[in-house]
Design a protein. Structure first.
Length: 683
């Protein structure tokens, strides 16, 4: 913290679900935050923020910010509420939860995700509360669990190369990522590499802002990434572009993987992927003959049936060519496994005692809210406590999610900043603090620095921290374990457990982990074998294929089929999931919900650019504006998300169309494994 005669500057961290985890500086004048900017002292932030977070004060002081508890007075979903005091709200909530828990605490379900990535305001006191209660556990799968499981099965954990060394790479493959929109600081590093002569290749069904600025764009069909990776392996083998010494010393299962890869000629993969065969050969040639070479993998490509297998296949590529020998070589999907977070100390699973509550997958919440009690499912869900998430907008097959949240017998509490789609269905809405108003500690999945967030301002209005809300509920529920009285700053210390590290965080706002520059130059993978595991015995023991393979999508277009178009739903550039949709300046940039269509597909349907269209399948219908352009490849439409449903043209959003199917690994949703048809809307 620094002080001048007129203002103070407070160090913090961006809380949002983004690999960059930027260091922030908030300027405060007379108790009011006036500016949020990137901290130039943090090398990876370098004083730069994305457009969204640069406008964070607009969000904190938004005229629609929730500043007092609200109680529902109208039908579920009507958005009709009246103000109540904190004591009244907390006592009513605690009484209802006690009544339900007396029958079966598993009838209570927490629902949360990455509305904040902070360790304290996400799962610390909240997790302790639900563990003490004995509530159902939540399988938090909605974003990254397929890729995370795949990386763990191959490399041993969510680990990889250090992001800053991409600047020294001579080949960068950006696979399943629109870095300009979702990983801005990596893109700046990639641009530095490009200026130094590196070749940039983007693999993405959509011609994104990133793809059009790379040297090469491979616009494959959604869900065919594993086929492409296996064909690259094929070419590495037949052309002897392998580091056999690295393979022999530091990998497991090479003979079996080699046999599988040899089944995937570039011609076969070209037919599956829908790309020219020479593009595949060139990608393999570049990967096999360029050092150092690196892959920046992101989570978009794992949101299909075979997403886990695809990540496994791609994660094998650096070991085949010995790319890991170089600090500027290898792969990065997530760095979060490098952080020694003391999660048990934060979340206290020991509070469950001998109880082993059921686990419910957040990605199937639509079905699960509609499921009656049964011997296999257990009790019907009677109470839902939602924090750091907006499931009515973001969960798949949202028609069923809305139906479930609309149950009059479901008791729903939502901790929120704004009256979101989900908050409209609450019985009580509790106003939560934003990042500028609380303590927190942040790790990253895009770099290897820990960041501390100090509160820059007092809570606005009657807002309370998540931790304070769950402490108050715990007290009213009679939970008297001393852990519920632990302060937020103490929780920050508990998260990392090293006093010296925490003092550095207090002094500077961030600290770097002691990760080697080239962590796997001599093997040492955190797998059971210590090697990069092409073959996973752990998967084989589960009755799964121990080798990566291409698994076709659940929904594949067929000639004459009812739904001939594949749809992916990448984020709109100025939104982050559903978080910034109500920030007017950002919504003004996005203008309206859109569907990108290739000119050939639009012409076949008589759809003009700017027309209002109906996108539909058996699960529902979504209205939006058509953008006819080359960002969409033929046969694929891009439904940019995630708009709040109530801001949509017909009260829905793109998740009206997505399914509750799950991925091959990690039990994750398949948002990009979705067939639709598109037609003009009648006047």
């Amino acid at each position: 913290m620094t002080t001048t005669d007129t203002s103070i500057t407070v160090r913090g961290a961006c809380p949002h679900d983004c690999p960059d985890t930027c260091a922030l500086l908030t300027t405060v004048e007379n108790g009011r935050a006036t500016k949020v900017q990137g901290n130039p002292a943090h090398a990876l932030t370098d004083g730069v923020l994305c457009t969204k977070v640069a406008r964070y004060t607009e969000r904190t002081y938004h005229p629609e910010r929730l500043l007092q508890p609200l109680k529902r007075v109208g039908p579920k979903g009507s958005g009709q509420f009246e103000p109540v005091g904190w004591d009244e709200a907390l006592e009513a909530i605690a009484a209802r939860l006690q009544t339900i828990a007396a029958r079966d605490p598993q009838a209570v379900l927490p629902y949360s995700y990455a509305g904040t990535m902070g360790l304290v305001q996400s799962e610390s006191i909240a997790a302790r509360f639900f563990h003490q209660l004995g509530a159902s556990l939540l399988d938090r799968t909605i974003c990254a669990s397929a890729g995370a499981e795949a990386l763990t099965q191959t490399l041993g954990n969510k680990v990889g190369m250090k992001v800053e060394f991409f600047a020294e790479s001579k080949l960068i493959v950006i696979w399943g990522s629109n870095s300009i929109g979702s990983n801005l600081h990596f893109w700046r590093i990639a641009q530095a590499a490009k200026r130094n002569g590196a070749k940039l290749v983007c693999i993405d069904p959509r011609r994104s802002e990133t793809a059009e600025k790379c040297h090469e764009h491979i616009a494959l069909r959604p869900g065919t990434d594993a086929a492409l990776a296996l064909a690259v392996m094929h070419e590495l083998i037949v052309n002897a572009w392998l580091d056999q010494d690295y393979i022999d010393r530091y990998t497991l299962g090479w003979d079996a993987l080699k046999a599988r890869a040899l089944q995937w000629s570039p011609e076969r993969a070209a037919e599956v992927c829908g790309v020219p065969v020479e593009q595949i050969r060139q990608l393999a040639r570049d990967w096999g003959t360029t050092q150092p070479a690196a892959i920046r993998l992101n989570y978009g490509m794992q949101r299909v049936r075979g997403g886990g297998n695809a990540v496994r296949a791609i994660a094998c590529l650096p070991a085949l060519t010995g790319a890991w020998r170089h600090r500027a070589g290898g792969l990065l999907l997530s760095s979060s496994g490098h952080f020694p977070v003391r999660r048990a100390a934060l979340q206290r699973p020991d509070l469950m005692g001998e109880r082993r509550p059921r686990t419910i997958n957040m990605s199937t919440i639509g079905d699960d809210l509609l499921r009656p009690a049964s011997p296999t499912f257990g009790p019907q869900i009677e109470a839902l406590i939602v924090y750091n998430s907006n499931p009515v907008a973001v969960a798949p097959e949202s028609g069923k999610v809305v139906q479930g949240f609309g149950r009059e017998d479901l008791f729903t509490v939502v901790l929120e900043h704004f009256q979101t789609d989900t908050a409209d269905y609450a019985d009580f809405i509790l106003p939560a603090t934003t990042q500028l108003e609380h303590w927190d500690i942040h790790t990253s999945y895009g770099h290897t620095d820990v960041l501390l967030n100090r509160p820059a301002i007092a809570p606005v209005g009657g807002a309370r921290t998540n931790t304070d809300i769950f402490r108050a509920l715990a007290a009213r529920m009679g939970f008297d374990d001393p852990c519920f009285a632990e302060s937020d700053e103490s929780l920050c210390r508990s998260a990392i457990g090293d006093a010296d590290d925490y003092e550095q965080l207090l002094a500077h706002g961030f600290a770097s982990l002691p990760v080697p520059d080239a962590p796997f130059a001599q093997g040492g993978f955190p797998t059971p074998s210590g090697r990069c595991e092409f073959f996973s015995q752990r998967l084989a023991d589960q009755g799964l294929d121990g080798l990566p393979d291409h698994l076709p999508n659940y929904e594949l277009a067929t000639p004459g089929g009812r739904y001939p178009l594949a749809m992916i739903s990448p984020p709109a550039r100025n939104f982050l999931n559903s978080t910034f949709v109500n920030v007017q300046s950002l919504r003004d940039i996005e203008a309206e919900p859109v569907l990108e269509m290739h000119p050939e597909d639009a012409a076949q349907r008589g759809i003009a650019d700017g027309a209002v269209v109906r996108v539909f399948n058996d699960r529902g219908t979504y209205h939006c504006k058509a953008r006819v352009n080359q960002r969409a490849r033929p046969g694929v439409v891009n439904g940019l998300g995630i708009w709040w449903r109530k801001l949509g043209l017909n009260g829905t959003n793109v998740n009206e169309l997505t399914s509750q199917h799950l991925t091959d690994l990690g039990r994750a949703p398949v948002f990009y494994d979705c067939l639709v048809e598109v037609a003009t809307c009648p006047n």
